[in-house]
Every structure is written in structure tokens, then in C-alpha cells.
Design a protein around this ligand. Structure first.
Ligand code: 8YV
Length: 317
């Protein structure tokens, strides 16, 4: 009998799905209607779980999978997996470390330029025929220059560094915060987030949300100030969304570029209505190139774990 793989999220690369199906009995959990009953009946036979970074897997579900040998996360965020519990069980939890760095950094820069230059609002202005109705140059407000902006990067991991590298090419001075100053990083470390916001023209969130929740609150946003921008390509819950809505509505910051939200796919109406916000749908890693590389890593992790080896990207074993 083939090993049993429980897949909690689709993989969008056909070749990877074909390979999975040729090697394993794959159960697509997201297509099962009575999931609780299915787990009771089949949970004990599951050898491997494949999940998404945002989806993770709950402790309650892990407890229903006693024969599990690996949780392969198709992403880098492991905040939705109970890592302490997996360590106790000596269960490898793997992530696609490094596979999505470039694309996430690209989108961070794209969102910041889009927010500064009102790209999406002006696109709507042209698309809706408004330009023809209001051809006078003053019909649209002047935008904000991106080049040379002081960038405050929150989380100087792989993605943070890739954002800094790109922004440096636009002559942006870089500051950062993290749990501690990071050796070998050539940018100025600012331990306090409010202070970082005060010294930045834009805050770019690249941190993992394992320990940090609601850290970007009203105090941070007010320190960023009415000419400041916020970009989030990490996790929605790093931001206190109610505070963000309140500060944005009051003109307390200039705008935002957001790929992630607290309760995806639900995005607060106030953000959807705000012309100064550029929205994405958790798309930072969603390119063919990155998703193919991620799928390869997931397949490799599952194969290694089922062969009794320690998966190369295990975070827990
Ligand atoms: C993916 C992510 O959208 O890496 C992560 O943690 O959230 C994203 O890159 C997701 O994991 C795809 O399943």
C-alpha cells in the first residue's frame, strides 16, 4: 500500500500533483465534506501532512494523526503549527525556506511603489472613464516619491534582507528592527518599534508572527505619521487592524500596501473602501517559479521523512 498523505491545501503546480499521486495515496482534505467523520475513520493511517503556511495544522488535528511522520508546510510561516507540541512528539515540521524570498521581496517593493504612486486608484480613474471627464491636471493629487524613502524593515530575515537589497538600489536608507541586532547586517538596528516608525517614511513588515501579534498598533502608526506608509507581506495579525483602520481614516498615515490580513479572506470594508490602500490577496509567493520550487521542497521533505531520514528543512527535529 502506498503511504497516505493528507493534503490540507491545494498545490497549484500540475507536475507536482502528478508526482504526489504517483508516489502516495493523496487525500485532499479541503474536498472532503464531513471532515470530522473522515478524520475519525482514517486519521490513524495518515503518514504525512502537506499544508499551507497560513493554514498550518491545529494541535487537535495532529492528535488525531498518531502515525504521522512529517508536517510539510508549503510556505515559510509556521505560526499556524504548534511547533512545541511537534518537538515533543519528535515530529519534523518542514518549511520551504529560501524558495519564496525573491518573490515576496518583489511584491513588498511593488506594493510600496503602488501605494506611494496611487497606481491602483489611478488605474481605476482611467478604467472608469474619469480621465476623460476630468482631464485637468489637478484632478488627481500629486503622489509621493518612493526613491530615497527611509525604510524601516520589521524582521530582518531572508525576506527583510531581500527587501533591503532592492530598496538600496532605489537609494533608500534602511533601518530595521528584530528580536535582536543581527550579525553581519549592514543596516542600523533600532530596537524599539515606535522609534523605528518615527525614523521611517515606510514600515515594511517581513517578520514571522510566531511571537509577535498586534505589534503594529496605533502608537506605532501615529509615530509613522501622516506622510508614512505601511507595507505588510508577512502576516495580517502583526497589525492591529482596528487601529490601522482608525489611523488611516483619520489621515494618521498616508497609505498602505497590504497582502495579508487578520481574518483572510475577509478584509475589513473600511480597508476595501480606502483609496489610499493597495490590496492583494495573499499573493506574495504566487508565481509559477516560486510555487514550483516550493512544491519540489515539499515533495522532498515528505520523501525524506517517509524514508526515515531527517528532512533537510525540518525546524523541529
Ligand atoms: C503562501 C505563506 O501563500 O509562506 C508562507 O508562510 O503564507 C505563503 O507564502 C502559502 O504558504 C501557500 O500555501
Amino acid at each position: 500500500m502506498k503511504p497516505q498523505v493528507l493534503q490540507l491545501n491545494p498545490i497549484l503546480i500540475p507536475a507536482a500533483n502528478e508526482r504526489l499521486a504517483s508516489l502516495y495515496e493523496v487525500h485532499r482534505f479541503y474536498e472532503i465534506s464531513d471532515q470530522a467523520a473522515w478524520l475519525r475513520e482514517h486519521g490513524a493511517g495518515i503518514d504525512a501532512v502537506i499544508t499551507g503556511g497560513h493554514t498550518g495544522i491545529s494541535r487537535a488535528m495532529l492528535q488525531q494523526l498518531p502515525a504521522l511522520k512529517v508536517v510539510a508546510v508549503n510556505g515559510v510561516g509556521t505560526d499556524a503549527v504548534d511547533l512545541a507540541y511537534c518537538r515533543e512528539r519528535r515530529l519534523p515540521v518542514t518549511a520551504t525556506l529560501g524558495a519564496l524570498t525573491q518573490d515576496v521581496a518583489d511584491l513588498a517593493i511593488g506594493l510600496l511603489i503602488a501605494a506611494c504612486r496611487n497606481l491602483c486608484a489611478v488605474d481605476r480613474f482611467v478604467r472608469d472613464g474619469q480621465w476623460e471627464q476630468h482631464p485637468q491636471p489637478g484632478a488627481l493629487p500629486l503622489a509621493r516619491r518612493f526613491s530615497g524613502m527611509r525604510l524601516g524593515i520589521v524582521g530582518m530575515g531572508r525576506v527583510g534582507r531581500a527587501v533591503a537589497q532592492r530598496a538600496s538600489a532605489f537609494d533608500c536608507p534602511i533601518l530595521y528592527t528584530d528580536l535582536r541586532a543581527i550579525d553581519g547586517v549592514p543596516y542600523r538596528f533600532v530596537p524599539d518599534l515606535v522609534e523605528l516608525a518615527r525614523e521611517s517614511d515606510a514600515l515594511v513588515l517581513c517578520a514571522s508572527a510566531d511571537k509577535a501579534q498586534g505589534i503594529v498598533n496605533a502608537a506605532v502608526l501615529e509615530a509613522l505619521g501622516p506622510r508614512g506608509f505601511l507595507v505588510n507581506v508577512a502576516r495580517g495579525r502583526l497589525v492591529d487592524e482596528d487601529d490601522l483602520v482608525a489611523v488611516l481614516s483619520a489621515g494618521g498615515i498616508a497609505g498602505a500596501g497590504l497582502d495579508v490580513f487578520v481574518d483572510e479572506p475577509r478584509v475589513p470594508q473600511a480597508l476595501r473602501r480606502c483609496e489610499r490602500v493597495t490590496l492583494q490577496a495573499h499573493r506574495a509567493s504566487a508565481t509559477w517559479e516560486t510555487r514550483a520550487a516550493m512544491a519540489d521542497m515539499v515533495l522532498q521533505s515528505v520523501a525524506q521523512a517517509l524514508a526515515g531520514e531527517r528532512p533537510a528543512t525540518s525546524l523541529t527535529t
